[in-house]
Design a protein around this ligand. Sequence first.
Ligand SMILES: [Cu+2]
Length: 145
Amino acid sequence: MTGLRATALAWLLLTLVACQSDAPQVVSFPDAECDGAGFCQSSRDGRRITLRFLAPPSPLTAFPFEVHLNGFAVKPPPDVQVRFEMPDMDMGLNRYRLQNGGTGRFTGRAVLPVCTTGRHDWRAVVSVESAEAVREARFGFRAGD
Ligand SMILES: [Cu+2]
């Protein structure tokens, strides 16, 4: 190996290490589908993330939802966000930070845009950020049909 190559490799490794220490680790929960009543749940390593729509989600109409966390440390409380996306289609930024209602319950309210191609299949990505990791659960659901 030439000196230049070794230097380039060392630089690459340093960059990779720096990247890893910068951002917290993202732990993905198994993908799940919401049931017809708007109840969505996924578990991993003794932790459970539940998303519940408190009204049927429909474009252009605000709907409330809540997230319940089980098996998570609640002090300090994690930062809980939900972003709504459509698989393989840019629907703009639809991200909401939830209010901490105490005892592992977080509440939010969202308004979804209308899909110009008439699709109804959405995905809610619940992101729970604590000091050591970001844990994410992706839930498929339908809106407005
Ligand atoms: Cu769309």
